[in-house]
Design a protein around this ligand. Structure first.
Ligand SMILES: O=C(O)c1ccccc1NCC(=O)[C@H](O)[C@H](O)COP(=O)(O)O
Length: 393
């Protein structure tokens, strides 16, 4: 279906449209670049419009540098999903035909179709995040964030803490997750006090903490990350987010994160490459998460990866299977990981000492655990139960 274009008044005309119109004097060039509110999408433009791209390029010659940059951004946005699909990524960054809201005159109506309905929960989260991040960026531009980095709390060594715990206990270092709810499990803990839980985890021997910052789907927030960071808890903190834009990396650092999650099911190779570099620039550790062999092979093809998480949960179906960790570490992949000194984290669905032993046997040096410990009335005891012994020393 062709993109349906909705514009109520000149005041809500997407800025990208305005800028492209200013490049072109002729009205037929009414291009719709993906914009912060997803009002219209370029990815699925009909071929006739795509063909005009070269014409646009020609017209762009001689325009100002900032307008030329906007044309480039438009081109990149246009092919984003095609590039992702060629790497086996099924998650589309934005609804290809725009959101289901449409306006005719003063009326607003919903028209649901394949192009504006998310195929699964991960895609829904990503589409929502895209709008959320665009709005946040509008309020705090990157330039301001970069300035704020100067007063951010110092970075702690995330991988160092995991290695030290592994050496000390002979067990995988624990990344304990501060999570109130999740799409698959609903509310995990009604009496949710993030700082109290973080302190209980630290007391129980957690090496690092993972803090959910997504509000809509996990009932988390950046205020939780900040509060934990300012509470005196010493464990390095992972910002558990759905990163789709480098801006979020800077933002997480200003809020006191020491590490951040990058999900290979969402991010094409170039994004992972570019984002891991930005992480290094600002001092953050990147935990790059994979779920299947293809994602693992893509990530192993990228230089500078130090920490890989294998998620046992399929984020599209919610199916959990801890043998996934073993499957992805077998044979050549496991050897390459060892050779390169990459630390692997086993993630999701770990409930018992035998689950921990199973993923350790498979080759992980760390585990990321949420549900099984956050649900315990005393999370400190929950950690001892998970490992079958007290790991605080
Ligand atoms: O858990 C979900 O429902 C979920 C849905 C969509 C995207 C991500 C999701 N979870 C993130 C995680 O995988 C877990 O928070 C993490 O690995 C800990 O898992 P668990 O120990 O099983 O709580």
């Amino acid at each position: 279906m062709e993109a349906t274009i909705s514009m109520k008044t000149a005041t809500n005309t997407p800025t990208s449209l305005v800028s492209l119109q200013s490049i072109h004097s002729r009205p037929k060039f009414t291009f719709f670049k993906p914009n912060p509110l997803g009002i219209s999408m370029a990815q699925n433009l009909p071929l006739s419009i795509r063909a005009q791209k070269s014409e646009l390029k020609e017209a762009a010659a001689g325009i100002s540098e900032s307008d030329a940059l906007k044309v480039k951004e438009w081109e990149v946005g246009m092919f984003q999903d095609e590039v992702a699909a060629s790497q086996g990524i099924r998650i589309r960054r934005r609804p290809p035909t725009g959101p289901p809201l449409h306006y005719v005159g003063p009326f607003e109506f919903r028209l649901q179709n394949e192009g504006n309905t998310p195929r699964n929960i991960l895609e829904e989260i990503v589409w929502h995040k895209d709008v959320e991040v665009s709005q946040l960026k509008g309020r705090t531009p990157l330039l301001l964030l970069k300035k704020a980095l100067e007063s951010a709390p110092p970075v702690r060594d995330f991988i160092g803490a995991l290695k030290a715990a592994n050496l000390q206990t002979g067990l995988p270092g624990l990344i304990a997750e501060v999570k109130k709810a999740s799409p698959s499990r609903g509310i995990l803990r009604e009496d949710f006090d993030p700082v109290e839980i973080a302190k209980a985890y630290e007391k129980g021997g957690a090496a690092c903490l993972s803090v959910l910052t997504d509000r809509k789907y996990f009932q988390g927030g950046f205020e939780n990350l900040e509060k934990i960071r300012n509470s005196g808890v010493k464990c390095p903190l992972l910002c558990k987010e759905f990163v789709i834009d480098a801006w979020q990396i800077y933002y997480a650092r200003t809020k006191g994160a020491d590490a951040i999650l990058l999900i290979a099911a969402v991010l094409p190779d170039l994004d992972i490459q570019y984002m891991t570099k930005i992480c290094k620039m600002v001092g953050l550790t990147a935990l790059v998460e994979v779920h299947d062999e293809r994602e693992m092979d893509r990530v192993l093809g990228i230089d500078g990866i130090e920490l890989i998480g294998i998620n046992n949960r399929n984020l599209e179906t919610f199916e959990v299977d801890i043998s996934n960790t073993k499957k992805l570490l077998q044979g050549e992949r496991g050897r390459r990981i060892q050779e390169r000194g990459i630390i692997v984290v086993g993630e999701s669905g770990l409930f018992t000492p035998s689950d921990i032993a199973y993923v350790q046997e498979a080759g992980v040096k760390a585990v990321l655990v949420g549900e099984s410990i956050v649900k315990q009335s005393d999370p400190t005891k929950g950690i001892a139960g998970l490992f079958g012994k007290d790991i605080s020393c």
